[in-house]
Design a protein around this ligand. Sequence first.
Ligand code: PLP
Length: 266
Amino acid sequence: MDKKRVSLPIALTVAGTDSGGGAGVQADLKTFAALGVHGCAAITCLTAQSPKGVRAILSSPAEFLRQQLLAVFSDLPPVAVKTGMLYNAELIHVLVNFLKEHTVKLVVDPVMISTSGSELLQSDAVQTMCEELFPLADLVTPNLDESARLLGRTIENQKELQLAARELYEKFGRPVLAKGGHLRDTEEAVDVLWDGEQEYTFSKPFITDVSTHGTGCTFSSAITAALALGYSLPEAVEAGKNYVSRSIESSVKIAEHYALNWFNDQ
Ligand code: PLP
């Protein structure tokens, strides 16, 4: 036994890459590293992308995703897993079959469309994600547009966001963090967690002087890292909210764009 070495818990992201480094797998791994967990990655697709938008997407063959999952779970068993861009139904099937055989904490970020307007989940795969993947999740983290799409109506204010979290829980039977960062009627960026018994509200001041990309990925990865470190669900969401808020607040300039800052001062 090597007593001098620190042992880190392992977290896995199952997601797509972002060649610009701001979102997707790159954001997830930076977040895991910043929060003190070892990050593994099973890549669903490559995207050719910059903060301005997505130019092209190349999907991993489903069997290759399965091989990546096999490699990770065989030798580096993760405590917690997050999913990001899953792209198509075939990839979701492979992941679901795999997760059914393993016990992990699972955070599902139901990524569908990028802020720049690109489709990151094919429309026929939305149902597969809802019916097959959501039932395995410890937490589903839709943003405002995703909640609206999943419920089939718009969400205009904080009261409707609270209702959305409960309705999504009723629909899918799993805890939901309904993110309200894009609401316009609130004084702060508000997110609502409904775990089937209790409502938790997380609120941080809006930071309006930067254009952010990859905040959803960073938020769900930070929650996943905290779960891997043994936090309870509400504690993990609080830690994730603090982390993403500080990352936006301390964003840095890269060429003509901004990037979230990755740090750990907790
Ligand atoms: N690219 C990839 C690979 C992603 O996973 C995501 C979000 O999950 C995005 C882009 C979109 O990021 P944003 O909407 O913050 O621009």
